[in-house]
Design a binder for this molecule. Sequence first.
Ligand code: PEP
Ligand code: MG
Length: 746
Amino acid sequence: MVESTESESRKLLGRLREAMAGDNPGQARLDKITHLIGDSIGTEVCSVYLFRDDDTLELCASEGLNVESVHQTRMRIGEGLVGRVAKFGKVINTPDAPNAKGFRYMPETGEERFSSFLGVPIQRLGEMLGVLVVQSKDAREFSSDAVYALEVVAMVIAEMTELGAFVGEGAALSPLHQQPVLLSGTAAQEGAAEGHVWLHEPRVLVTNPIADDPEREQVRLGEAVEQLRMGVDKMLEISQNGDKEQLEVLEAYRMFANSKGWMRRMEEDIARGLSAEAAVEKEQSQARARLSQAQDAYLRERLSDLDDLSNRLLRILTGQGAETGAELPEDPILVARNIGPAELLEYGRNLKGIVLEEGSVGSHAAIVARALAIPLVVNAKRISTEALNGDHIMVDGEQGVVHLRPDDTVVGAFRDKIAMLAQAQQRYASIRDKPAVTLDGQKIDLVMNAGLMADLPSLENSGAEGVGLFRTELQFLVRNQMPRRSELVALYKRVLDAAHGKRVVFRTLDIGSDKVLPYMKPNDEPNPALGWRAIRVGLDKPGIMRMQLQALMRAADGRPLTVMFPFVAQADEYRAARDEVTKTLERERILGHALPESLEIGAMLETPSLAFAPQKFFDDVGFISVGGNDLKQFFFAADRENERVRKRYDSLNVSFLSLIEQIVERCAISGTPLSFCGEDAGRPIEAVCLAAMGMHTLSMRPASIGPVKSLLMRVNLADLRRVIFASRHRGDQSVRGAVMRYLREV
Ligand code: PEP
Ligand code: MG
């Protein structure tokens, strides 16, 4: 066999380019390149397998295997040696293929005659496109040089595939990124939206993977890397006083930008005939492939830093990127691998929908998307490699489904759904200014949850009677550093101004557990949900709490003020927090600031223990708001962030409703005002049941007020209560079945 030296590799790429030139059909090009590669590497067989659908590979061209097997031989991903290369994104190099792990005999190809096998993945930026294979009769392991040469060729084939060079007949040769794709993710904000893709990180297109002048390419790469290094140094200089985490990321960038290994590999790729861009992408593709397999969180982060850095380098080399010339479409649906809350806020309400490849329901980006009421699907695997800028896309934030480049039938059905939702919205708008009074004349107060300025217009639009939960930590979470007191005063003032006298319940900082401030050192706790969080932090480190209380009092500036403390587990914690309020009030008085006209101080009931506190606590506390999200997680011992167990326990489970009943009774005895502000308050069925159990103030996302009110107005709460009690009496585990039967008849 001819060992592939650099100049041979360059020669091969040069011949490949010639084979690609001209107007040949895709099949002819593929046939030519398998012939060229086999000839050049000195093997009897060279074959290209491409995906015909998500999990089936098809033999698309072969030099050396039976001609009849082309487009006939297929295998599923993971099946046979070829399937395994595609599944794991790793090279397989064996002198004795028939005895290698995973080998599958394909009689139609005649391949039993071949002993050695070398397969390399054809992949582009984490997207697996196919497998390139060479085989020979003699039993030999291919040299690392041969493996390397084949990887370089596979890279060029990947680029060419992306550019549509092999388009032909049949599914395996159909153009990429043009077929309809249905992706299932996780619903993170309801609503349905139709629009066009706007990529947060536009894909850089490499149109010249093969270079004729390696020296020139080396110079180009050198200059671009120098520019990149200078850029990173500059960012580091600017952020010297910034937050630690950002500095750490930049330090990692600097390390990679100066990495000799990274540079050497790219230089070698160029020496073998790749262009500077293709060399960067080859490295990036391999890093992405490793990223998809890596379990270790630290390694994943570093690999994604490297990915980011490669993107920057590609932009420098191609002059593409943020300035690709594309314009934000009128109906943009943002597609990204992930996005931070601050970046998302910058897009603001311009977006019609958001689809993230990663992310989670409880992520900060999801919180912002909810505040902006933009339909959001997270965990949509492959979206960032499948979608192209401008693609037609439909997002179903209820089902967690995304239709990319949908066909006409899907478009029709989806538009019907949007129309139905719009009709429902109209119905809700017509009752917006009406009170939520049930058929038996009980008035339920519907208030809303908020946390960002972006939420406040909803106070007017939704018909909410006030803000039942203002999550103050969101302002802390979307920043890179701790906000100053003056900033908080200004913000809370704007909130109170926007409320026009409606009651706003400010919850003090609820951090810890899933809410980690980007600029605070995370605590290494074995179980953060049960750890140092919320009021526990506030009482142990009262500086921030005092600053926040002061800011709230100054923002109230003589107006009424309502404050509540999160995650109170026992009466003493509430009392200690209340003492802080009293002390702050006194300090403000001495400093000569206007004091709030009235001051209500409440506690969130989020741990079962507080429901069993001495009655004296219920006498003392200003009001109670049940944080059902946390209460439920602790009551059922089921992590609210864990998709596996999150939905396992029904909120209408009789045990949980009995706990609610007990809280209602204890508040009634003391005459303590009571509300419920977890997600269940915004689910119509759960909401009417909570109301029937005696929760007469419900705080929810603004978008839920219409649907909840609409159902409340159609039920008789006394009847519903009887249905619930009868079901419990019968011994049902959940009252849902009985309630649904009842509601179907109303
Ligand atoms: C809750 O726990 O129900 C709640 C309203 O607070 P958060 O969701 O912010 O923890
Ligand atoms: Mg909570």
